[in-house]
Design a protein around this ligand. Structure first.
Ligand code: GLA
Length: 664
């Protein structure tokens, strides 16, 4: 179990370094991410490298017994780069340039940027591949975090090449993009530009491909540096830090290329439910590389600096969230950053070693957590069969759902996924977060709201899943388009129709009950297992083989089907013709969990206590609620002692070996 932080020694005079290392040892730090933003120091001019300072700090860290995840510094090109090669600067859709002055001011498809990035990565590997302190490589930092898409001329040229590879001929691109609409037919790939600012609705198929392209360009940058590091002698695992469900980068396509996944996660302490969103992020990491542990590469000890109101973590909350990460598969707990900066935008962002020094609550908590993590025995990797419920989450679908010109143009896919995850998390179901293609018989229930864009293999997997006995919950606005964002011959639900046993005739957008102005108001729905308010959509569906479980009781669709249940093969498929409100999501999830006979990971837990299974280990965390007395006995992972009951006060956590655990 590694413990540590981003370490930026180049922000400090060297005489502080020995103190850093002494304090790191006191805190139990075992690993630091080094040099993430050090390009200007490492390569002050194109033809000059300065490794002397890095040599010294690497040796000091090594002598101090602290391992290094050595970074390539390519997330922030130094001023000489942008001065000499202004063509590397990215542009937004209006052609405005992102100038230097912050970080990440590079166009991922710029050949010049890539050449320079490869050069500095090669130089680092040449010098440090065999350094005994270096145990891992950290490529770049949070790819795409600030510049979500680049529309520069470098992107234009690369987009044309990418499309040529994808479509082969301009005719097949014209077919995929429906360019006969609005006279957009292309004569050659050289006529295509990124979807820059345009007078009105841009071509949705082009927008979707541009999202794929953007993710692929960032991935190409990672692969380039990874391959350079390898070619120059690096044998250590190579990673880059993810950001949970981050829209611009399709991590389902990235994950296989990383030796180890790492993730940055900053739940908002002001949001009492944000621990469930952190759990979502951890489960996503667990699901992206099944059966493998991952690293929590960045979190904060206290407040961040980039929200409107930055709350510190409550006493104990940092350790509770760290235990949550370990329980959901993390083998490393690290922070941004080691020592709080005195300058720069992050001078008030919390760090392991705060401005106020070591006589602080935060430092004491840092030291205590380090000691606990050091006391853990080697933990089992997460097991591929830990999850019993699949939450179907898919980047291409996300991009599709949030495309424009839909019946309802206010859907937030990320927020929607989190609503469903939170409801499952409250019921202590262990959830894998997977694309439709990965739904299989290891799951009892698959929850797939808003499955607008469905690829043929995904549709086939869901059909197989239900036919084989699984329970599927889907709709509304599902199985509407193919992978090009085009309607399929035959209308809606052309693949899942037989599975859900309904016909979808038409959509109908709803506006909130308290909306000002005209519009069909949100409608009430009544089912035997409870009622809810339907929002966003009230679709016109007709039950064919399915039975009607719930009907709209108000509004234009009054008396018509709102929820249907169909048996298909040995399984069951529910379809929602509307999106339940907050409480309704829980009602529907509860009904689906009961129908699919999904048991909680542990029975009888209150909602503020979470439980996670990691192979043979169970982790319980009280996320700040009342004391919980849990009738559970077993062997404590941390102490090795037998416990006959678990008592968790606010922010307490406990890990037990599951094979020794008995409830009641
Ligand atoms: C991100 C970055 C870090 C730092 C933190 C601050 O995670 O990777 O460099 O800026 O945010 O929260």
């Amino acid at each position: 179990m590694h413990y540590g932080a981003d370490y930026n020694p180049d922000q400090w005079p060297e005489d502080i370094w020995p103190d850093d290392i002494a304090r790191m040892r006191e805190a139990g730090v075992t690993l630091v991410n080094l040099g993430i933003f050090s390009w200007a120091r490492l390569q002050p001019e194109e033809d000059r490298f300065d490794f002397a300072w890095l040599d010294r700090i690497l040796d000091l860290l090594h002598e101090g017994g602290i391992a290094v995840d050595l970074a390539t510094p390519t997330a922030s090109p130094p001023p000489w780069v942008s001065a000499k090669y202004p063509e590397i600067l990215p542009q937004d859709e209006r052609g405005a340039t992102y100038w230097p002055g912050a970080r990440q001011h590079y166009a991922p498809s710029s050949p010049v940027y890539r050449r320079l990035a490869a050069t500095v990565a090669a130089a680092l590997a040449d010098r440090y591949a065999d350094h005994p302190a270096v145990v891992m490589w950290h490529v770049n930092n949070e790819y795409g975090c600030h510049v979500h898409a680049d529309y520069s001329d470098a992107a234009r040229d690369a987009f044309r090449r990418w499309l040529t590879d994808r479509y082969g001929s301009i005719e097949s691109l014209n077919a995929a993009w429906g360019t006969d609409v609005w006279s957009q037919r292309y004569g050659s790939f050289d006529e295509i530009v990124p979807p820059r600012l345009a007078p009105c609705s841009r071509n949705p198929h082009q927008l979707l491909d541009f999202r794929r392209f953007t993710s692929d360009m960032l991935l190409e940058c990672f692969l380039l540096e990874r391959d350079v590091l390898r070619a120059h002698g690096a044998t250590q695992p190579i990673t880059t830090n993810f950001m949970g469900a981050f829209k611009p980068a399709d991590y389902n396509r990235w994950a296989e290329h990383l030796d180890v996944l790492s993730d940055d996660c900053y739940p908002d302490p002001n949001d009492p439910e944000s621990f469930r969103d952190a759990a979502f992020q951890r489960d996503l990491m667990r699901s992206l590389k099944p059966g493998a542990a991952w690293y929590l590469m960045e979190q904060s000890t206290g407040a961040v600096n980039w929200r409107q109101a930055n709350a510190p973590k409550a006493p104990g909350q940092m350790a509770a969230l760290s235990a949550q990460a370990v329980g959901r598969g993390a083998d490393g707990i690290l922070f941004f950053q080691w020592r709080q900066s005195v300058s720069g935008p992050e001078r008030l962002h919390s760090a392991m070693l705060p401005h106020a020094g070591t006589d602080t609550r935060s430092w004491r908590e840092v030291v205590a957590l380090g000691a606990d993590l050091a006391a853990l025995p080697p933990l089992p990797p997460p097991d591929e069969r830990d999850g019993h419920v699949a939450l179907v989450f898919d980047w291409e679908n996300w991009w599709g759902v949030e495309g424009l010109d839909h019946p309802h143009n206010g859907i937030d896919y990320y927020a929607e996924m989190h609503r469903w995850y939170r409801a499952l998390h409250r019921r202590h179901a262990q959830v894998d977060i997977v694309p439709p293609e990965r739904v299989d018989d290891r799951y009892a229930l698959a929850v797939a709201p808003l499955l607008y864009l469905l690829r043929p293999a995904g549709a086939a997997a869901l059909e197989r899943f239900v036919a084989g006995g699984g329970h599927l919950l889907t709709g509304p606005f599902s199985d509407v388009v193919d992978e090009h964002d085009r309607l399929c011959p035959g209308g809606y639900l052309t693949r899942l129709g037989p599975v859900v046993g309904i016909r979808l005739e038409d959509f109908g957008a709803l506006v909130p009950v308290d909306a000002v102005g005209p519009g069909e108001r949100e409608a009430l729905v009544k089912a035997p297992w409870g009622g809810f308010r339907g929002t966003v959509h009230a679709e016109e569906i007709e039950a064919l083989g399915a039975s009607v479980e719930a009907r709209f009781t108000t509004g234009r669709r009054r008396g018509h089907a709102a929820v249907t249940r169909n048996t298909h093969g040995r399984g069951v498929a529910r379809y929602l013709a509307t999106l339940p409100d907050e409480a309704g999501v829980q009602t529907v999830v509860d009904a689906a969990l009961a129908d699919a006979a999904v048991e909680p990971t542990l029975p009888g837990l209150p909602e503020h206590v979470e439980v996670a299974r990691r192979g043979s280990m169970l982790t319980l965390v009280n996320h700040g609620g009342p004391v919980a007395e849990i009738a559970l006995s077993g062997r404590d992972v941390l102490t090795g002692e037998e416990v006959s009951a678990v008592r968790l006060a606010a922010w307490d956590w406990r890990m037990l070996w599951e094979d020794t655990a008995t409830t009641g």
